[in-house]
Design a protein around this ligand. Structure first.
Ligand code: GSH
Length: 209
């Protein structure tokens, strides 16, 4: 019997990334919706994620938190969906997953907070500067349909989610390479299914019953 797979999420959160990845994986899962505040900080949920943040997945006995890790785990756990490249081709795949979870996320969050790294301190900050992070990602996407290798992978779910979110909320500059890539990913049936499920969940949480 297949192990149970549960997504702990809030539809107005990064949990949308995990939902998209689950839809790409094409495997059945159960969703537990958690409200912000007390439900996410309850001892029961903190036993799953001590951070009291979503998303998290529980697959049998395995708990995975952190969106990038969830994407990578699901790609490996459900290989039929072919969302992870062969080990010999994983250089770019790991690079961009970790780049987005580290430098990109930090640079974009700090930018949104108005925090600017003084130029003389850029060498000690992992992302250097917001502009070098965006330039690096733009270069990686130029002339390429997908971020790692020639086909769609879990790295596209994660990198693409950052870009879609950042372009929508103005925290990432609207550069043509970003917009083209984000638009291409938004056309994926799994992305659209995930959005529809989360939009419905958001409506349900607003007016329960
Ligand atoms: N590094 C985590 C970030 C998770 C995160 O920050 N989740 C936010 C929503 S987008 C959250 O749960 N906030 C609720 C809280 O901190 O109380 C990941 O990538 O999954």
């Amino acid at each position: 019997m297949a192990e149970e797979l549960v997504l702990y999420t809030n539809p107005m959160s990064r949990g949308r990334i995990a939902r998209w990845m689950l839809e790409e994986a094409g495997t059945p899962y159960r969703t537990e919706l958690l409200g912000f505040g007390e439900p996410m900080k309850s001892p029961a949920y903190r036993a799953i994620n001590p951070m009291g943040k979503v998303p998290a997945i529980v697959h049998g006995q395995t708990v995975v938190t952190e969106c990038a890790a969830i994407c990578a785990y699901l790609a490996d756990a459900f290989p039929k969906a072919e969302l992870a490249p062969a080990l010999s081709d994983r250089g770019a795949y790991y690079r961009w997953l970790f780049f987005a979870a580290g430098p990109l996320e930090a640079a974009v969050s700090n930018k949104a907070l108005g925090l600017v790294v003084p130029p003389e301190r850029e060498m000690m900050i992992g992302y250097g500067s917001y502009s070098i992070v965006l330039d690096t990602l733009e270069q990686a996407l130029s002339g390429r349909d997908f971020i790692a290798g020639g086909r769609f992978t879990a790295a596209d779910v994660y990198v693409g989610s950052h870009l879609q979110w950042g372009l929508q909320f103005g925290s990432i500059e609207k550069r043509p390479a970003f917009e083209t890539y984000a638009a291409r990913l938004a056309e994926r049936p799994a992305a659209q299914r995930a959005s529809a499920l989360d939009d419905a969940a958001a409506a349900q949480m607003k007016s329960p019953g």
